[in-house]
Design a protein around this ligand. Structure first.
Ligand code: FES
Length: 339
């Protein structure tokens, strides 16, 4: 029997008594096996391209590691796999960098996974004007306050911040309790409404100080999302991508055209429609060749969806009273005007 090995394009004579790893090493292939073939590192992983029916079932050790890393069925550990017929495989860990990635995935306990989540895409607009017209301290304080509030709200509603890029952010909800999409959608919506409220209050402060206002636009969608851990030191730091993420981002950007602040997709609307009183449906085409779909603009004044402590009257985040932050900013302005 033979193993056809890619990307090397080698054909190796194989013995059923040996594992794939042993067969490859015997044939002179320098195949990674950092733990020495003990199903502990996953650096020997291979993708079976053809002949999966000729692969013996997983050993208990392989099964354990595959479950821990959430490996798909066609990814096998060469050090644990024996074959009974011809197989074509792709070697996956080819250099030192690949070994580091594999070890990082092992620490994060995941190779990356697909989950269903509520995705909140947010964009703070108006900062460009700030940048040109005012000194940088304004930006630092305004952004600092916004991002602090966003982090606190996402955390409060059990979400995870997946990325920040400039003034755009992405948060995911439902990762901690994937069995309950209704809750995930509700949490994303509550976070969005509370964020809009907090930016409205931030604008009150900016007006008081005769600065241009900023605006926040949001898109919320629910769907399958691919998660990838991006920080070897922190397994909780993830990046999210996939069609659902792209659609949430598109929703956020479509607010400009529809003169709205918060757009939600049909799955989100279905999950929360009983609680929404002021929603306007819009037929839209996400791209010129796409079919027309319905999206929903939510009136941000639906604070009834927020728990009492987050409403305008009670929220420590939403206060319109002068705060330590505001006093500090005033100090900066006074100091600046003396130059
Ligand atoms: S060599 Fe480490 S898991 Fe196979």
């Amino acid at each position: 029997m033979r193993i056809t090995c890619r990307p090397d394009n080698l054909v190796v004579e194989a013995s059923p008594l040996h594992t794939v790893l042993e067969n490859l090493l015997n044939a002179g292939v320098r195949h990674a096996h950092a733990c020495g073939g003990n199903a502990a590192c996953s650096t020997c992983r291979i993708m079976i391209l053809e002949g999966s029916e000729h692969c013996r079932s997983m050993t208990p050790a392989e099964k354990k590691l595959a479950e821990r890393l959430d490996l798909p069925v066609h990814i096998r550990l060469a050090c644990q796999t024996r074959i009974t017929g011809d197989v074509t495989l792709q070697r996956l860990v080819l250099d030192r960098e690949d070994v580091e990635v594999a070890q990082h995935q092992l620490r994060a306990q995941s190779m990356g996974s697909q989950v269903s989540a509520a995705i909140l895409s947010a964009s703070l607009r108006g900062m460009a004007t700030f940048d040109e017209d005012n000194f940088p301290y304004d930006i630092v304080y305004t952004l600092g306050r916004y991002f602090t509030q966003m982090g606190a709200l996402v955390q409060r509603y059990q979400g995870v911040l997946a990325s920040h890029s400039g003034f755009k952010s992405l948060a995911l909800f439902g990762l901690k309790n994937p069995q309950n999409p209704q809750d995930a959608v509700q949490q994303a919506l509550q976070t969005g409404l509370a964020l809009l409220e907090s930016v409205a209050n931030l604008n009150t402060t900016l007006r008081e100080l005769s600065y241009p206002e900023v605006s926040l636009t949001l898109g919320i969608h629910y769907g399958p999302t691919i998660l990838l851990n991006i920080d070897p030191q922190d397994p909780q730091r993830v990046s999210a991508f996939g069609k659902s993420v792209n659609f949430a981002t598109w929703l956020e950007s479509a607010n400009g055209e529809l003169s709205s602040q918060l757009l939600i997709s049909a799955p989100v609307y279905r999950a929360v429609k009983e609680q929404l009183s002021q929603v306007q449906a819009h037929p839209v085409k996400p791209s010129p060749n796409a079919k027309t779909i319905q999206v929903y603009a939510v009136d941000p004044r639906q604070a009834n969806l927020l728990p009492k402590e987050d409403s305008v009257t009670g929220s420590p985040l939403a206060t319109t009273q002068p705060t330590g932050w505001l006093e500090t900013l005033r100090e900066w302005l006074r100091a600046w005007s003396r130059f």
